[in-house]
Ligand binder design. Structure first.
Ligand SMILES: [Zn+2]
Length: 288
């Protein structure tokens, strides 16, 4: 079917108490892995592209690949911009065919984040496209970061529930990425979610909440987060780890292999296993 927006998808998830998995679309094999798994699981799915992925693969390539993937699929598929830090990046994605946007002004002062986010929602809503935005700061793991140090840092940049409520009211965003304990790029799941904070943000804002950096949270944490109001769970790092690990394992065993298709096929299968597992943890299997 044609691409759908995340609006209905996330409202349904919010109402029924599960989360939709949002997976980063970085290349053709990963896009195929996401769509095939969503089909097999009967799950609605969000493919998202970061500015880095757009730079790597090209905006038009990403839209074309995801559009074709969605058209052959029988489950609802949305194409979302992940962490668009620029107003014009959002416009370009809207025009190219994205069906969901994100403006990330989390590094800006609150007032500036509000003004910029509102500009994006006004533009996107004119075309019936929903917008996600960020409050608090969801950090990123440095290569030499110790988990304990990272967790301490995370506490300082969590979203303030009252501020989140004001932010949603003023910007009229459709979903909220609030910093609630996770960090981007964690290679092991050590993050601890601040559940009372999630519940408070849920009660004060009413919009579906988005968990970024969910690769770094274990199953129990993710499930508790969903029960508290998370409706979209972003997964990238776990797929990266599985995909590249498989390539690393394959190459020494097949030193004479020169066919990229044979190298990438097992990597795609490994990505599918991760995606399937995350969909089941999110509770979105069978919800298409
Ligand atoms: Zn993120």
């Amino acid at each position: 079917m044609a691409l759908v927006t995340t609006k209905e998808m996330l409202r349904k998830a919010q109402k029924e108490g599960y989360a939709v998995g949002a997976f980063n679309a970085n290349n053709m094999e990963i896009i195929q892995a996401i769509i095939e798994t969503a089909e097999e699981e009967g799950a609605p799915v969000i493919l998202q592209a970061s500015q880095g992925a757009i730079k790597y693969a090209g905006l038009d390539y990403i839209v074309a690949m995801v559009r074709v993937a969605a058209e052959v699929a029988s489950v609802p598929v949305a194409l979302h911009l992940d962490h668009g830090t620029d107003y014009y990046q959002n416009i370009k994605c809207l025009r190219a065919g994205f069906t969901s946007l994100m403006y990330d002004g989390s590094k800006l002062p609150f007032a500036e984040n509000v003004v910029n986010t509102k500009k994006v929602t006004e533009m996107a809503h004119a075309c019936n496209i929903p917008v996600e935005a960020e409050i608090g700061q969801i950090g990123k793991m440095g290569t030499s970061d110790e988990p304990g140090v990272a967790l301490e840092r995370v506490k300082e940049t969590m979203a303030d529930p009252e501020e989140a409520a004001e932010f949603v009211k003023q910007t009229e965003i459709d979903s909220l990425a609030a910093a609630v304990g996770t960090i981007h790029g964690c290679r092991t799941p050590f993050a601890k979610l601040d559940i009372p904070r999630i519940e408070k943000i849920r009660d004060l804002t009413g919009v579906p909440l988005v968990l970024h950096g969910a690769s770094g949270a274990n199953d129990e944490e993710v499930k508790k987060g969903i029960a508290a109001g998370i409706s979209k769970v972003n997964i990238d790092t776990r797929i990266r780890i599985a995909f590249v690990k498989k390539i690393r394992e394959f190459l020494p065993l097949h030193p004479n292999e020169i066919d990229p298709r044979k190298v990438l096929k097992p990597a795609k299968e490994a990505a599918k296993e991760i995606i399937r597992d995350r969909m089941r943890v999110c509770g979105c299997s069978g919800k298409a």
